[in-house]
Design a protein around this ligand. Structure first.
Ligand SMILES: Cc1cc2nc3c(=O)[nH]c(=O)nc-3n(C[C@H](O)[C@H](O)[C@H](O)COP(=O)(O)OP(=O)(O)OC[C@H]3O[C@@H](n4cnc5c(N)ncnc54)[C@H](O)[C@@H]3O)c2cc1C
Length: 372
């Protein structure tokens, strides 16, 4: 293989893919290297939920809007299936209902609409709890199956944009224009390190300086229960997690209620997102535990809390757990993403909000525009 490229990207998760795509679109000769044979990091363990509504106002919201446009275009060209569109944020109490209505009146919420209980039940075959007050429907979102989308994107980048992939190749060291790997030294004008929760192995100083942490999450897959959800669904616990809602004045009253009613859920960072695969199975999650390392063990208590939250929202739906897994992503106290030049032409990249699927394409486009 040619060992000299315009651009080398380390990491074939969504952040690496997005940088490879943006570079290839600029006519660069791009090589992606990865330790793994097939992607197995956060980018294939997530919901595949590409969100706009709920992202913080300003840059995050703009990256998300741009990312949705790029996802649509890539999905069409690469034949990546879009399983669901839009999203529904469901309110089970007056405080969450007030918050959703305030959001719908805000600038970020201008394309969203409020659904009454009956409207939501009609759209979802009456499967929701009778306790629901209202819901916010957002039209912006997309849902892809990440286990299929990431490998399909790799094939498409290879065959249609000429991106080279060298897998089973671990990056050991980086220098100006040089990537030292387990398979030899590779050269490029520019190097983008998109190594997710393992960036600290190559750039420990960045990890320490930015006080990065790892967030571990638990996820469940439920066998097809025979219902069809036209869009991903989020519970009112999600509203105090997503900054687009949580930063609003009306969120304070909701936080107080949630802290009283769901103290144990909040201790484990639990909220509820439900997405649906093509075969009808449901992916539900998640929890959030922060530390210096990804958690190795799954908590049964967290799984039970996730399932009880799911059953409280969709009480008549019978579904067995068919898969359990954990995932992890990098998080920072400040900022949603960074690109830091650590050596001439060498950039350490990270999305630090747990929204890489939603932000990576928009962010990578900006990084490439500034660095090339
Ligand atoms: C359970 C879960 C649910 C989530 N849900 C969503 C969601 O629905 N929507 C959303 O927007 N975001 C979601 N996220 C966040 C999103 O998945 C991440 O932000 C995103 O996947 C991070 O992508 P990445 O490319 O940085 O990391 P990864 O996907 O982990 O990729 C990093 C790659 O770098 C490679 N690598 C590491 N070190 C080296 C090395 N030294 N040499 C070579 N290769 C190396 C790894 O093998 C890996 O393939 C979720 C995350 C989790 C864990």
């Amino acid at each position: 293989m040619n060992k000299h490229f315009d651009v080398i990207v380390a990491g074939m998760g969504i952040v690496g893919m997005a940088h490879a795509y943006a570079a290839a679109r600029k006519g660069m000769r791009v090589l992606v290297v990865d330790t793994d044979h097939q992607a197995s990091g956060a980018s294939v363990r997530n919901f595949g939920f590409i969100t706009v509504t709920g992202q913080e106002e300003g840059k995050p919201w703009q990256y998300a809007r741009r990312s949705v446009d790029i996802w649509r275009s890539v999905a069409r060209q690469a034949s990546i299936q879009i399983d669901q569109t839009g999203a529904c944020f469901v309110a089970k109490c007056k405080e969450s209902s007030d918050l959703l209505q305030a959001y719908a009146r805000s600038k970020s919420g201008e394309d969203c609409s409020i659904l009454g209980k009956n409207e939501l039940q009609d759209m979802c075959d009456g499967n929701f709890s009778e306790e629901i007050e209202k819901a916010l429907y957002s039209p912006h979102e997309l849902r892809v199956n990440p286990r299929e989308a990431i490998p399909t994107m790799r094939q498409w980048l290879t065959h249609h944009l000429g991106v080279a992939f060298q897998t089973s190749t671990h990056v050991n060291r980086i220098g100006k224009g040089r990537v030292e790997t387990t398979q030899g030294t590779l050269h490029a004008e520019r190097i983008y390190l998109c190594m997710g929760d393992r960036l600290g192995e190559i750039c420990p100083e960045i990890w320490q300086k930015r006080k990065l942490q790892i967030c571990s999450l638990q996820m469940l897959k439920l066998s097809p229960p025979g219902i069809r959800l036209p869009f991903p669904v989020l519970s009112d616990l999600s509203l105090i997690r997503y900054p687009g809602f949580a930063d609003m004045q009306e969120a304070k009253a909701l936080s107080d209620v949630m802290e009283r009613k769901f103290a144990v859920h909040l201790k484990h960072g639990i909220h509820l997102i439900i997405v649906q695969d093509q075969d009808g199975s449901l992916i539900i999650g998640d929890s959030h535990a922060y530390g210096d390392q990804a958690l190795p063990f799954q908590s049964e208590q967290v799984d039970k809390l996730l399932l009880s939250t799911f059953r409280a929202l969709l009480p008549g739906v019978e579904a067995e757990v068919c898969e359990r897994w954990m995932g992890s992503y990098v998080c920072a106290k400040d900022g949603i993403a960074f690109s830091e030049e650590i050596n001439e032409g060498v950039y350490a990249i990270e999305i630090t909000t747990g929204a890489g699927m939603s932000l990576a394409f928009g962010f990578a486009e900006e990084v490439l525009n500034h660095s090339i």
